[in-house]
Design a protein around this ligand. Sequence first.
Ligand SMILES: Cc1ncc(COP(=O)(O)O)c(C=O)c1O
Length: 409
Amino acid sequence: MSSIKDKMRPFYRTTEGGLFSDVTKADVGDVAEEMQRRGVALMSWADPFMPDPSIPKPVLDRAIELLQGGFPAHYTMPIGSMKLKKALAARLERKFGLKVDPARNILINPGSDIGLMLAMTPWIEPGDEVLVHDPSYASDFMNAELLGGVTVRVPTYREDGWHLRIEEYEKRLTPRTKMVLLNNPNNPTGTCYTKEELTELAAFIVKNDLICVCDQAFEDCLFPGAEMTYIASLPGMWERTVTVCSCSKGMGLSGFRVGWMIADDAVMDVFYGAAVNLQGATSTLAQEAIIPAVEDDSFIQDYIQVYDRRRRYAYELFNSCPGVSMDLPEAGFYAWIDVHELGTSAELTRLMAEEALVSLNDGSFYGSQGEGYLRVILACFKDDAVCFAALDRMAALFRRLAKEKGLFS
Ligand SMILES: Cc1ncc(COP(=O)(O)O)c(C=O)c1O
């Protein structure tokens, strides 16, 4: 008799979540709780100020008021609250210069992870190829494969600041190429793509009649000098782009589980039609409570000042360690650290958890270009001192390893 897994679609047969495998990832199973019990600093979840309380006051006040009124006991439509969509449309125009119709161009999701999967479903059929720049957020490689498609990795390089090389896309174009997945700003490299390079990428997409899904979960986390360009706003792109956003990163409200997708009416018609089946309704309480943060997001600038201090601290500290280096990220709230002289990403991730008591991410999870790198979330903890102490422990371990390898006397 065949096993229950043999009956599954091919990619699912090879997928493991962690119940039966040797899992050291902090985002699966009960590993995170066990690590916290051992005093390990969890700096592997891209979650501002985790684990400390950090709800902006207007959001907290609104949530309490809503709960007291009893309204959150009830559904919002699966396509999302019109009040929230109007607030998001106004913000899009104010902040990014994009004019959309809230009733026709925005869909609310329970977070952008489901939005990213939903964004691909109308197009990706078995065998279809999706070009994804590497390194990128790990889910961005897996979604196409879950649908039976093929993820084709397009390398980016540290020597370019991880910016895009269009010729790498051109080299990988085949008759099965259907989509380009863009993660802007990029997690884990912290690169924010320029208008010039996005214009080149857009021309490639239009010329080859492709679809674009743009993961913009970090669009609000820009350091001074970086500028957010919506690829959807470039010539020929609006009608072929689905943009996927969230309140998790910029607003630091990951636990509220609210994301949103932006697309042309013709595309949105399909998503609205399938929303109840594919995602269901988003939390009524969360949608209503985040409206004050959408209407006035000035608190994000305070968060960015915190991340700015921390990226500079990490930059000075790690670049002073022999065999270790990093660039100053343009966006996001993580450090992407080159450690290849000291060992593999997997070895160092394990050593950091065991000896420095810091849980961070193995760079190879973010693509083949990520081997030899570590990602550490700098946004964790309310108090800079807790974050800096964890980074100091990392640096002490880096120095010890460098000494053992004879990289300095
Ligand atoms: C690049 C990127 N996109 C999307 C997500 C999903 O976030 P959420 O589902 O909380 O919106 C994450 C979460 O880590 C991310 O890093």
